[in-house]
Design a binder for this molecule. Structure first.
Ligand SMILES: [Zn+2]
Length: 182
């Protein structure tokens, strides 16, 4: 194997302009311009994240690939920014010096897959925690407890009707529409 190809694909239409260093690139569809993050930089971030998984340096080969819906008008010298249809050709061209044997490839594959599992679990945990927090907040509000500071929620009259505010006002500015308490 020749290294790990890190491929960022984009399905943008229109003219695409940009360069290697800029923070943003521009998509132009009949004069309608829209900026997006420089995908070379974005892919560099992915490469960095992968790099961090390995104890030893690994050869990464980043490629940015656009669908043929896009008309690439970018000024790129060193990096690989291509059309998705040319991806196999590009990978073949870049596969020049073999630097890993199959055992090493298996180890790398294992490292990446292990991390994918870990990230999947973290996403799951994050969703569970968010749900728990929302439930807890709702329970506090139902019990007239300020979810922000633990004070008491009291009914107040404002310009636009009644609302519940925290008894620790003005230290705590938590409010909730009284309709939302029903
Ligand atoms: Zn409060």
């Amino acid at each position: 194997m020749y290294g790990i190809f890190v491929i960022e694909t984009k399905n943008y239409k229109g003219w695409i302009t940009g360069n290697e260093k800029g923070e943003y690139w521009t998509q132009n569809i009949y004069g309608n311009k829209h900026q997006f993050k420089n995908p070379i930089r974005q892919n560099y971030g992915h490469k960095k994240a992968l790099e961090a998984l390995f104890d030893e340096p690994v050869r990464f080969i980043p490629i940015v690939a656009f669908s043929t819906e896009a008309d690439l008008k970018v000024h790129i010298e060193k990096e690989h920014v291509i059309y998705i249809k040319n991806i196999v050709k590009c990978i073949k061209q870049l596969s020049v010096d073999k630097c890993y044997d199959m055992d090493q490839v298996r180890v790398m594959k294992h490292v990446i897959e292990k991390n994918q599992l870990k990230e999947k679990q973290e996403r799951k945990d994050h969703i569970t925690n968010t749900r728990k927090n929302i439930k807890l907040t709702n329970e506090k509000i139902k019990g007239n407890i300020c979810p922000r500071c633990g004070g008491t929620l009291v009914l107040r009259k404002g310009k636009y009707g009644t609302f519940y505010g925290c008894s620790n006002y003005p230290k705590c500015r938590y409010t909730i529409n009284s309709k939302n308490l029903k």
